[in-house]
Design a protein around this ligand. Structure first.
Ligand code: NAI
Length: 327
């Protein structure tokens, strides 16, 4: 008899009918991810020419979104925005749903360039629905007392300039646009697990990622009662298989900064020598795939995350916020 009651209850649940139990709790249909919710939507991905941003742009475009990627591209040999957009547009899954990507050269730390970027999107796509506020740099590695650090202030290698002011400017511009036009949307900032604990020899990077988490929580609170809703969340990636990590080999090898010397890829002898230190330090024995971060960004933008705001979602394969020591 009990089996029959259970079967009927399960059938009602699966059929989407709300069930009123003895306890008075209503149990609604278990939601499933609506695959078409990003179709034709406009998504801005900052730092979309490489790594996590590229994976995010590709993922959204595969769901039929119109994706604008921006990056600074001060070194075209490293992060080629035009080429990134071309690769996304050549993807058969992207083509099958009519999604696309296009690149707009922008330094997110420059207010005039951020204004021009937003205007460009309004002129072409007409609106912005979702933002992956992701552009970031590792910047200076070393101790705070290093005299080199002062030389970097205000330059493109200034971690605080890109990671804090860049993300804050994108946030301010997009939130301003949405509130002035009575529109809602979702912004996902890319923080880091280094925003949750200390990181030796990366004091400015670590501070910048703590700041991103502070920005996320503060702006989410400010916007909590806005209607239509504007949600602001952050992801906290662990070591992810991108250029940002590959370049760190130069520091392990010869105390070189990431922008100095040659560009490191998986084929480079330095990655072959030092890459496994990063992988070995992970519980799973491998780095996160950029697509793992992209999937979390997409989830946070989705209707399934409609009550999630001000959250920091850790995607680190189980490092559990303890930090890793690669040395
Ligand atoms: P990446 O180096 O592969 O990509 C960074 C992207 O940001 C590039 O497209 C670059 O052109 C762009 N960019 C840098 N400065 C910019 C600026 N001022 N204006 C516009 N674009 C700019 O690195 P990755 O790993 O994809 O980094 C993306 C984000 O993820 C960053 O915020 C980074 O701090 C964060 N992150 C990365 C982790 C990793 O292990 N790869 C771990 C935790 C966080």
């Amino acid at each position: 008899m009990n089996k029959i009651v259970f079967a009927v209850a399960l059938a009602l649940l699966v059929a989407g009918t709300a069930v009123q139990g003895k306890s008075g709790i209503r149990v609604n249909k278990i939601p499933s991810f609506r695959w078409d919710q990003f179709l034709g939507k406009t998504v801005l991905v900052t730092g979309g020419s490489s790594g996590i941003g590229f994976g995010t742009a590709l993922n959204f475009a595969r769901f039929g979104a119109r994706v604008v990627i921006c990056s600074r591209d001060s070194n075209p040999a490293w992060f080629n925005g035009t080429d990134a957009a071309r690769r996304i547009n050549a993807d058969p899954e992207v083509q099958s749903l009519g999604g696309y990507a296009r690149w707009v050269k922008t330094d997110v730390a420059e207010p005039d360039q951020v204004d021009a970027l937003i205007q460009n999107i309004l002129d072409v796509e007409g609106t912005i629905d979702f933002v992956a506020n992701n552009a970031g740099i590792a910047g200076f590695i070393g101790v705070l007392e290093d005299p080199k650090l002062e030389e970097l202030l205000g330059t493109e290698h200034d971690t605080l300039r890109t990671n804090i002011f860049g993300q804050a400017q994108i946030l301010a511009a997009v939130v301003g646009l949405w509130t002035n036009t009575s529109r809602g949307g979702v912004i996902v900032n890319t923080a880091s697990v280094d925003g949750l604990h200390g990181a030796a020899e990366a004091p400015l990077y670590c501070s910048s990622k703590h700041a991103v988490i502070g920005l996320t929580k503060s702006v989410a609170m400010e916007l909590a009662t806005v209607n239509p809703p504007i949600r602001v969340n952050a992801i906290a990636p662990g070591f992810t298989d991108t250029s940002l990590v590959w370049q760190q080999c130069k520091y392990l090898d010869a105390q070189q900064q990431s922008w100095e010397g040659e560009y490191i890829t998986h084929d480079h002898p330095l990655w072959k020598t030092y890459g496994h230190f990063y992988a070995d330090a992970q519980p799973a024995g491998k780095l996160c795939d950029p697509m793992d971060q992209a999937k979390m960004i997409m989830y946070l933008c989705s209707e399934e995350a409609s009550y999630i705001s001000g959250a920091v979602m850790i995607v680190d394969g189980g490092v559990n916020d303890e930090g890793v020591d690669v040395q």
